[in-house]
Ligand binder design. Structure first.
Ligand SMILES: O=C(O)CCC(=O)C(=O)O
Ligand SMILES: [Fe+2]
Length: 252
């Protein structure tokens, strides 16, 4: 079966994507998703909205369902090779064993108040953003991405990461960041999303959120998160070890 990800992986292309990520914070692979695949994604979202009503939808790992249309992308050799290559360079470790995380977000405009301008850093090193439905119109009504790329480095200590997140990922900080980033109709931090394209960025290092959505419209995106920036962290090892010990204790 043909690979649904239309940008053929090559180490040269992935290396130049990495350099672009380091330099500018974003790397776009244009038309990586075919109109047919995009159409299949849109049909599935229509079905989900019909089923659940017009509310914010956040589906964790839809690709794990073998029958899901999103499965095709998660199992694409081209796509997953990009994720692995970029995350390995991004963390300077091997992420081959890392489990792919995938989220489907559907934001109806009239329910977008709580979902827009929620600035955050992702937990994984690389994020691939697949826009599916992006309304037409001015950026502040089309739900485009707003980001300060590569704002921070990968933190050596998990605690440092946690404190930073605590400091920046709250309502007051969010309001302040929105004001700083969007004042004077500044478009410097706005990344316009075009369905069909796939956007890679350093999710862990980039402070990002989506802009509001026109109340009459719906915005949907598929996100993939990959690569562990804290592989050698003793806290993460301790937590994992504890889980393992508890698991073994419960089974014996
Ligand atoms: O939907 C988007 O454009 C971004 C969502 C996001 O940043 C996330 O789910 O981590
Ligand atoms: Fe994110």
């Amino acid at each position: 079966m043909a690979d649904v990800f239309q940008s053929t992986f090559s180490p040269t292309l992935a290396d130049s994507c990495f350099e672009q990520l380091e330099r500018e914070g974003f790397c776009c692979l244009p038309d990586a998703i075919s109109p047919q695949t995009l159409d299949a994604f849109r049909q599935e979202i229509k079905r989900l909205v019909k089923l659940n009503g017009r509310k914010f939808l956040f589906l964790m790992n839809p690709h794990k369902d073998q029958d899901s249309v999103f499965q095709s992308l998660a199992s694409s050799k081209n796509f997953t090779k990009f994720l692995l290559h970029l995350s390995n360079l991004g963390t300077k470790t091997d992420n081959s064993g890392f489990e792919l995380l995938n989220v489907l977000r559907v934001v109806p405009g009239d329910k977008s108040a709580g979902q827009a301008l929620n600035f955050h850093f992702d937990a994984e090193v690389v994020t691939a953003l697949v826009p599916i439905d992006i309304p037409e119109g001015p950026p502040e009504k089309a739900g485009h991405l707003v980001a300060i790329p590569n704002l921070r480095k990968i933190r050596k200590f998990v605690l440092h990461n946690m404190l930073e997140k605590l400091l920046l990922q709250n309502r007051i900080a969010g309001k302040l960041i929105s004001w700083i980033v969007l004042r004077n109709k500044n478009e410097k931090y706005i990344y316009k999303l075009k369905p069909g394209n796939v956007y890679f960025f350093w999710g862990y290092r980039t402070l990002h959120a989506n802009l509001p959505v026109d109340p009459k419209e719906t915005r949907s995106t598929l996100l993939f998160h990959f690569g562990n920036p804290h592989k050698n962290s003793s806290i993460v090892k301790f937590i994992k070890n504890r889980h393992y010990r508890l698991d073994v204790a419960q089974k014996t």
